[in-house]
Write a protein that binds this ligand. Structure first.
Ligand code: BGC
Length: 557
């Protein structure tokens, strides 16, 4: 019997067994979830009605797959200095990105806090704040490292009746937006705790532009991009190729390169006629809102019910950093309150634990680091392996500090129960994340599901080649073993041969670099329009020439 097993008995043992049962997703269920994923992607590609249904109809009928009007991917040879504004994660960021043209870039950035009042107040107040932040960034950096390359005299972006140049900016806006062109898109719904009023149904580029104009700030928003698209573009830029950009952070989502002919909902539009490839934003955080495939626990139901968007973003609520801490808080509270006898902390709680969102996912991460000997708990070379007893003592220390509990209330058994709960919640998130990646690989013809036993790789797209996946977000970057667990489940789903060819790499600063790449294309598109006349728009002339593929953007008109 291991040290930790000996700590528990009776009721605690039963509770732990029940937790394991509820949070462990077996392989067959994982296959079923991936299959459901595949069918929801197809639904999303064929019908706008489904995505738009969100605003009016039951979320059960919701499927996304949003065409982004970003065609193809860069190859690292692109150059220029661009301004980007990034809203959607924990902070708001303004950055100036310089693409060096040799797969490298430099970036100057400033982060600004977005208060709860801004997230939940009037949308114009939020966008005024965005505009002010850009203004502050430009003022603070009045001697920019380089003049943004697009700020060249009288600009095509400038209002027709004035010569003052406008500085072009790309907006990374990481919420579900139905794009109708590179520089316009309507917000379908808020996610990740945002709920600013009078925003849903509005064009977010216009909201930002109006704020700039109200404040006489000479900046023009020329491109709108989701952070997943940014991750895909930036990973392609730095590594030379990428087919999927995915975020596993505060929220979760993925964007992949799709054949335009498969996006049947584009109908007879110019974008459809142009053919080729286009990046699709899946908004997979909304996958399986009906929860027909996702095995839901009472703790998940509670998190969902008390969230600002009950019954929406189902997948995201199982996976992302915004929610894992809250799921853990609910699990912990249920054990503090257990009858007839408390299971945890002698029945004592703390203000931190009693408050909704009081437990941050970073705490789960720290507890796992304490157990695994990672992060600040890493062993220095040559030191002796730490015993389980010492690891549990570290966890006790973390709980005292972060949850404001008093030391005598936390037994070693308590520390171990909390540790097991954290591992279960995070492992489930990593396994579910693998279903999303597997579904994209299968959907794009790069993998087959191994649910019927071993499958051959013969005839697969990109057979034998590396498959680039750009990822970003706090979970995938910092959470102990998240990526290892995701990979293990991916291997189970698509087989070791395909999995070994998947290059999962960080798309660091993807939101900034990806936005810069979009601004670059918008600039070329605008220059081409100037040359050829807006109505005789020539796709070829606005192509960013790349080694592997061409990247260009089209406007749907
Ligand atoms: C949003 C996505 C975004 C993801 C990651 C989700 O909540 O709906 O648009 O890409 O979070 O930031």
């Amino acid at each position: 019997m291991s040290y930790t097993t000996a700590l528990h008995g009776g009721a605690t043992d039963d509770i732990l067994k029940s937790l394991h049962k509820q949070f462990t997703i077996d392989d067959q269920t994982l296959f079923k979830i991936t299959t459901t994923f595949l069918s929801e992607i197809s639904d999303g590609l064929s019908s706008y009605g489904r995505a738009m249904a969100m605003m009016h109809v039951s979320p059960t009928f919701l499927s996304y797959a949003i065409p982004t009007f970003v065609k193809g991917v860069p190859d690292g040879s692109e150059t220029g200095t661009f301004l980007a504004l990034d809203l959607g994660g924990t902070n708001l960021r303004v950055c100036e990105v310089t693409l060096q043209g040799d797969q490298t870039f430099s970036l100057r950035q400033q982060k600004y806090k977005v208060s709860e009042a801004l997230k939940t107040g009037e949308v114009t107040t939020l966008f005024d704040y965005l505009a002010d932040s850009v203004d502050a960034f430009l003022t603070e950096s009045s001697t920019p490292s380089k003049e943004p390359s697009s700020l060249i005299g009288s600009d095509p972006y400038a209002a027709s009746n004035q010569d003052t140049p406008y500085l072009p900016l790309a907006l990374t806006f990481s919420f579900p937006v139905e794009q109708s062109a590179l520089d316009s898109g309507v917000l379908l719904t808020w996610t990740k705790g945002f709920s600013a009023k009078n925003a849903v149904g509005k064009d977010v580029v216009k909201l930002l532009q109006d704020a700039f104009d109200r404040k006489h700030i000479h900046v023009k928003c020329v491109a709108l991009v989701n952070d997943t698209v940014g991750a895909l573009l930036s990973r392609a830029y730095t590594s030379g190729g990428c087919i999927l950009g995915a975020i596993f952070g505060t929220g979760t989502n993925g964007a992949y390169v799709e054949e335009v002919s498969k996006i049947t909902k584009l109908g007879n539009s110019a974008a459809a006629a142009a053919g080729g490839d286009m990046i699709v934003n899946t908004e997979w955080g909304a996958f399986n809102n009906s929860r027909s495939a996702l095995p839901t626990t009472p703790y998940d139901n509670k998190v969902d019910r008390e969230s600002i968007n009950p019954r929406f973003q189902a997948f995201e609520k199982f996976i992302s950093g915004m929610y894992l801490g809250e799921i853990a808080r609910n699990v912990i509270l249920s054990m503090i309150d257990a009858a007839p006898k408390p299971i945890l902390f002698g029945g004592r709680s703390s203000d931190q634990l009693n408050k909704q969102w009081g437990l941050d996912t970073a705490l789960l991460s720290e507890i796992e680091e304490a157990w695994e000997g990672l992060g600040r708990f890493s062993l220095s070379p040559g030191s002796v392996e730490v015993t389980e007893l010492e690891k549990l003592r570290r966890i006790q220390g973390v709980l005292v500090k972060r949850l404001e509990l008093s030391p005598p209330d936390i037994s070693l058994a308590d520390a171990d129960i909390v540790r097991q709960a954290c591992t279960l919640i995070a492992s489930r998130a990593a396994r579910l994340s693998a279903t999303a990646v597997a579904a994209i690989l299968v959907h794009t013809g790069r993998a087959r599901l191994w649910d019927q036993g071993e499958q051959s790789s013969a005839g697969l797209k990109d057979e034998g080649k590396r498959i680039g996946v750009g990822v970003d977000g706090s979970l995938v970057e910092f959470y102990p073993n998240f990526q290892t667990k995701l990979r293990a489940s991916l291997r189970m789903l698509v087989g070791p041969e395909v999995e070994s060819r998947v290059d999962i790499g960080m798309a660091k600063d993807g939101s900034g670099v990806g936005a810069a790449l979009c601004a670059l294309v918008a600039q070329r598109q605008s220059q081409a329009a100037r040359t050829d006349g807006a109505n005789a728009y020539n796709y070829e002339e606005t192509t960013i020439r790349g080694r592997t593929e061409v990247a260009y953007l089209s406007s749907l008109s």
